[in-house]
Design a protein around this ligand. Structure first.
Ligand code: C2E
Ligand code: CA
Ligand code: CA
Length: 765
């Protein structure tokens, strides 16, 4: 059951209170009449005088109310006013027919055929046709011819099938003079036309009618059914309307009334790209063929043969046109050289151009360069601000990048957030780097996306012909390797370097070795203290993974954590670090130090629904209270599946585990996250803290974060504090905790005791 009127008839949302009451009364009246009539039939009181009264006067009243409800819609809402007025007029005239019948004609012993009532009833049809066509027109100004033909085929098909079924039965029972037969035949013919029209509309809508058409279609179908029932009855000599026919009549007008108050769902464009467009039309054509074959053996109505033939002809025309459409589509696709979103050349165009430029350079013994550009943190932007924002950025990027280039250079969008540039002139490595620098400069001004000012950076990978390769695909791959290098080293652009290309192979070896180290338990942790900014007292320690590689020596987490992430080892890494950290924490706590340990986690942990359970189990095993553990998350780790992650974070929070937002300030919308995530602590990224003493901007960010966190009741940690001066500034700014080399580097657990035992440094302010 819909909870309120607006769920049921959404357009009523804009009504005033009284208007809404009026609408509720109207719809309620119709609903109640149907319900009572159905109930009367169900309990076997269908022949009672009350049911008879409801059938005659209740029904007539319902027609008028339905007409009023539809007219009311046309009156208060200007959109598609015309069609609805037409339908309202039709419905009210139809109701008038009923009244005339009940008051006068029905009482006659031998009512004339045709009568005035027939005239009134039949006028519903032209009004309905007009209303439907008018609605169709306002909705689809630009429908393709093939789609109209689909509608035609469906309509003709339904007419053919319908006339084959309905007409013989009506004719069989028809009696009296020609005028009477024609009058009685007018109803099924009109009904069939209506059904054909509605089916046609459904076909045009690609069989996804939307609420208005679904309800309107159901309404007219119900009226048609009621009519058929009644006609068969009349043909049998019974003019009294029956309960069943009446219920269908009532349902029909009610559905039409409800349809009027549904929002228009707009044009649905049927897909033209696939062969499925042939399916429904061919079904109708097949039905027509079967009917024609059948007609050879059995005499069907005279209308069947022409209707079937028309259906088949339309189907044939449709097929021819569709084939042509599909072929042109394929051709345009093949020829299309521009990217839809940005209007820049696309990948295909780019590769053609690269091939030509390489050939020319080869012939002239010259060089050329290829630049690959990738937008930094594009995925994050897309995930936080939505695809529309991402698309908008890509659109705006085109002209900016273009402005850094010469006309002879080709700029293309290669897909996703990747752009490519071909530089055809004799080019040295320095010249290529110069272009890359110009590209970076062109992005210096912030972009304005959805009212936000965004600073956008890109990474650029460069490869050169013939220094690095002689074929297009080779150059593309090398530029890609260079791009990867640029991202990894956070240098904004990089030129391909063969010596570093071994990287990918190395990466694989490293992953295998890391896996082995994790199973052997060869991975260790160091601890770095977090201390009260004012007193210097150590309140907790962050566990940082350490890997002493047997042949290469110590490898930093910045190297192996990404390896773990790429090779599905992050969960194992976290488990290892978590266990070591909790084990140590329980040792310290038993020694009387009230400390917490902080553990860094990754995306893989935060999307694993077993993660909260694992944490609870580990805490229990080490007999630690939940507050002894802080989980450090980064904005990036939340973004890949925000919904799921938020669920997992809430579970952790509920369990009492501390949550800390790491590297704060480096993401796209840190402030939003600070409010939306259930964190207890935020760690200001060390890049801001480091420059605090010299850069006023960084200082402002640090101070603002502290103040904001204060308001939100969140603890602030400044990380990467390297000197006393910064510490003092932070303490003066009411930063709660500090972490950094000034206190201690990350040290093995064995050295932590010495730190803990050392006298507290004292008040720094
Ligand atoms: P993070 O979580 O931001 O960790 C702090 C990093 O800053 C540590 O580097 C630490 O040694 C370093 N650091 C601390 N104080 C200072 C300072 O005063 N100056 C400077 N310049 N650096 C300081 P580390 O141990 O190399 O870890 C780097 C990153 O690797 C961590 O950044 C964290 O994102 C990741 N990581 C470390 N251990 C783990 C782990 O067990 N699991 C996961 N998933 N990631 C880890
Ligand atoms: Ca951390
Ligand atoms: Ca950090």
């Amino acid at each position: 059951m819909p909870r309120s009127l607006t769920d049921f008839v959404p357009l009523s949302r804009s009504l005033t209170r009284w208007q809404r009451h009026a609408l509720t009364a109207g719809l309620g009246f119709m609903g109640l009449t149907i319900a009572v009539l159905v109930a009367a039939v169900v309990v076997g009181a269908g022949d009672s005088p009350f049911a008879g009264w409801l059938r005659t006067w209740g029904t007539s009243a319902c027609y008028m109310v339905a007409a009023a409800v539809v007219a009311f819609r046309a009156w208060v809402l200007p959109l598609t006013r015309g069609p609805w007025i037409t339908i309202a007029v039709g419905t009210s005239i139809y109701g008038l027919g009923n009244v005339v019948w009940e008051l006068w004609l029905g009482k006659l012993d031998n009512p004339p055929i045709p009568s005035l009532a027939d005239g009134l009833w039949l006028s519903l049809y032209p009004a309905a046709y007009l209303g439907i066509l008018w609605l169709v027109r306002t909705e689809w100004q630009h429908v393709k011819v093939t789609v109209w033909i689909d509608g035609l085929i469906a309509g003709l098909g339904v007419a053919a099938i319908g006339s084959a079924i309905v007409f013989p039965r009506v004719l069989e029972t028809a009696s009296g003079d020609t005028v009477a037969v024609v009058t009685n035949l007018a109803y099924p013919v009109c009904d069939l036309l209506l059904a054909a029209l509605v089916t046609g509309v459904f076909a045009i809508r690609g069989w996804r009618p939307g609420r208005v058409w679904a309800l309107l279609g159901a309404g007219f179908l119900s009226l048609t059914l009621a009519d058929s029932i009644y006609l068969l009855q009349v043909a049998a000599g019974n003019f009294e309307s029956t309960n069943v026919a009446n219920i269908f009549f009532l349902a029909g007008v009610s559905l039409i009334a409800v349809a009027a108050w549904q929002p228009q769902s707009g044009a649905v464009r049927p897909k033209l790209e696939s062969w499925s467009v042939f399916l429904v039309p061919s079904m109708f054509v097949a039905a027509a063929v079967v009917l024609l074959a059948f007609e050879q053996f059995d005499d069907l109505a005279a209308t069947v043969r022409p209707l079937c033939l028309l259906t088949i002809i339309a189907g044939f025309g449709r097929t021819v046109m569709s084939f042509r459409d599909l072929r042109t589509l394929a051709e345009t696709r093949a020829l299309a050289l521009t990217d839809d979103l940005t209007g820049l050349p696309n990948r295909r165009h780019f590769m053609q151009r690269l091939g030509t430029v390489i050939d020319e350079a080869e012939a002239e013994n010259a060089t050329c360069a290829l630049l690959l550009i990738d937008v930094d943190q594009f995925k994050e932007l897309n995930d936080t601000l939505g695809h529309a924002a991402g698309d908008e950025l890509l659109r705006q990027l085109g002209p900016r990048l273009r402005s850094a280039l010469r006309t002879s250079d080709t700029l293309a969008r290669l897909g996703g957030d990747e752009f490519g540039i071909v530089i055809p002139f004799p080019t040295s490595e320095d010249a290529a780097r110069g272009v890359a620098d110009k590209v970076h400069v062109s992005l210096a001004d912030p972009f304005s996306i959805q009212g936000l000012r965004l600073q956008v950076n890109v990474s650029i990978g460069i490869s050169l012909f013939p220094d690095h390769g002689r074929r297009d695909l080779e150059l593309l791959r090398f530029a890609d390797v260079a791009l990867y290098d640029a991202k990894r080293t956070r240098s904004r652009s990089a030129v391909y370097d063969q010596s570093r290309d071994t990287h990918s192979r190395e990466h694989l070896t490293l992953a295998n070795e890391l896996k082995e180290a994790l199973t052997r338990g060869a991975l260790n942790v160091h601890f770095q203290p977090k201390a009260d900014a004012t007193t210097g007292q150590i309140l907790g320690l962050e566990a940082l993974a350490r890997w002493d590689h047997p042949s290469r020596g110590p490898i930093t987490p910045c190297t192996f954590v990404p390896v773990a992430e790429h090779s599905g080892l992050s969960r194992d890494l976290t488990t290892r670090v978590l266990n070591l950290a909790l084990e140590q924490c329980s040792v310290w706590r038993r020694a009387g130090y009230d400390l917490h340990v902080a553990v860094n986690v990754t995306v893989a942990d935060l999307v694993d629904i077993d993660f909260p359970e694992q944490i609870a189990g580990a805490l229990a095993r080490h007999r630690l209270p939940p507050e002894a553990l802080v989980i450090e998350i980064t904005e990036g780790s939340v973004l890949s599946d925000p919904e799921r992650t938020r669920g997992i974070l809430s579970q952790l929070k509920e369990a009492g585990v501390g949550l800390s937002l790491d590297d704060f300030g480096t993401g796209y919308s840190s402030l939003t996250h600070l409010r939306a995530l259930p964190v207890d602590e935020v760690k200001i990224d060390r890049s801001f803290v480091r420059e605090m003493a010299t850069e006023t901007k960084d200082r402002a960010i640090v101070l603002a974060t502290i103040r904001l966190a204060e308001t939100l009741g969140i603890r602030v940690v400044a990380e990467g504090v390297e000197d006393e001066e910064t510490w003092q500034r932070l303490a003066a700014a009411d930063c709660h905790l500090i972490q950094g080399y000034v206190l201690s580097r990350p040290v093995p657990a064995a050295d932590v005791h010495a730190l803990l035992a050392a006298p507290v440094v004292g008040d720094r302010v």
